[in-house]
Design a protein around this ligand. Structure first.
Ligand SMILES: [Zn+2]
Length: 437
């Protein structure tokens, strides 16, 4: 639980920046999620990039944000936007992102608020703050130059999920590229990110030291499993995040076999509507119109019962922590013919992690054994190790700051990026990192 005392509980230093650049990670340095970082130079301009939280039991939050001139949000995942309403409530600064991120964020907050009430973990912001945030939030297009005092900045596509952005800052003394979460590979719904030249690169390192299996092969393995489960008379449950993975799965299934009876439940349906309202962010938007007509959208209790007679159920929550997925699992828990196909990252302490580790998870407060087959697929929308290293090199940056990374990713990434001839910095939460320019 966080009880900030605005201005008094921040870890942000009080001294001015004399030279170079100060990056102060409020969260998300050597951890995946929970991101928030304040960038400041000697002009005194201060910008916050992202302000998220990490779902878990209890959730974790970044440090209190000091007063800033603006906040720029890279994308709509909770670990990057979960705490944004707190900013508006306490600092009232302008907030910027792409139009799609802006459209999706409020529903993520409402959902977070609902879960916090159910789980008894109070949030430091309330529903009124969501309304206020919507009023100060401005959307910008990719490659549209903006200014904050003497800084100019623009957004570039980051791959990862539709609407996700990298931020290019042009400061009086240097150019910074902030990646947010990136993937250079094309995914079913979005084109991969392209490097942008910079002096200082601030790059996520979620998968540092690891390579993903070939995406095409992994997609084929996933589809094959779906076919096997359906052939033996079971149902494939695919827990998926509302924003990104669920829609990737739907497109894969539609392309592989449109005869499949695929049911789609949870918040992802509303997110997808926003995608369709912002078609410039997704690849082949026309195909989405067809997928939308094809997929069986679950909108009522009777739809939910019908889904139990289908082939595949794609639903939230992606980490099996609340959401309709628990309702389905509770009914199918003893069915050995059915399968739970995990396709996304599972944070520690979530139902998904427990299911993978021990074959059981809490459902409505009861630890429940699951007899269904449980299988994991690696359909990540983050760069793997070599793509990160190559991306860093192509930006030509002298300094590379790595963040949003687990401990085991640090040394492999440091070694490979230093071999590029670049200077690597590993920031720590609640501490300032000074980059000489
Ligand atoms: Zn993300």
């Amino acid at each position: 639980m966080v009880f900030y005392t605005p201005g008094r509980t921040t870890s942000y230093p009080t001294d001015q920046v004399d030279t170079g650049l100060r990056l102060h990670f409020l969260g998300g340095a050597q951890e995946v999620g929970n991101v928030g970082c304040v960038i400041e130079d000697k002009t005194g301009t201060r910008v916050l990039v992202d302000y998220g939280l990490s779902p878990g039991d209890p959730p974790s939050y970044p440090d209190e944000c000091p007063s800033v001139d603006a906040a720029i949000i890279t994308h709509s995942h909770l670990d990057h936007i979960g705490m944004v309403p707190w900013i508006s409530a306490n600092h009232g600064c302008p907030i910027y992102s792409t139009d799609l991120t802006r459209a999706i964020a409020p529903m993520m907050w409402h959902d977070t608020y609902k879960i916090s009430k159910i789980e008894g973990h109070p949030l430091p912001w309330d529903k009124r703050d969501i309304e206020e945030t919507a009023e100060v939030w401005k959307s910008v297009q990719f490659n549209e130059k903006q200014t904050i005092d003497e800084w100019s900045w623009q957004l570039h596509p980051a791959g990862h999920v539709p609407g996700a952005a990298m931020i290019e800052f042009e400061l009086p003394e240097c150019r910074i590229l902030w990646t947010g979460d990136i993937d250079v590979r094309d995914s079913p719904n979005v084109h991969g990110a392209k490097p942008v030249s910079a002096d200082v690169l601030v790059m996520e390192g979620t998968y540092g030291g690891r390579e993903h299996p070939d995406r095409k092969e992994e997609e084929e393995r996933f589809i094959q499993k779906i076919q096997d489960v359906v052939a033996r008379g079971g149902i494939a449950i695919v827990p998926a995040f509302a924003s990104g993975r669920g829609q990737d799965i739907l497109r894969l299934l539609y392309r592989a076999d449109p005869r499949l009876r695929v049911h789609y439940d949870g918040m992802g349906k509303r997110v997808t509507k926003h995608w369709m309202d912002h078609p410039h962010h997704i690849t082949n938007a026309d195909e989405w119109t067809r997928i939308w007509r094809w997929v069986r959208r679950v909108g009522s209790k009777s739809d939910r019962k019908k889904a139990l007679h289908g082939d595949v159920i794609v639903t939230t929550s992606g980490m099996l922590k609340g959401g309709p997925v628990l309702w389905y699992l509770n009914r199918l828990k003893d069915d050995q013919e059915s399968a739970v196909l995990i396709t996304g990252y599972q944070a520690e302490g979530t139902g998904g992690e427990m299911l993978l580790e021990n074959g059981c998870l809490p459902i409505y407060g009861t630890l429940t054994q699951i007899a269904c087959e449980v299988e994991r697929y690696y359909l990540s929308n983050h760069c793997g190790h070599n793509h990160l290293v190559e991306f860093a090199k192509k930006t030509g940056a002298k300094h590379v700051v790595l963040f949003h990374l687990p401990e085991e990713a640090i040394e492999p990434l440091r070694t490979s990026i230093e071999a590029n001839g670049q200077v690597v910095h590993i920031p720590e939460n609640s501490k300032s990192l000074h980059i000489p320019i």
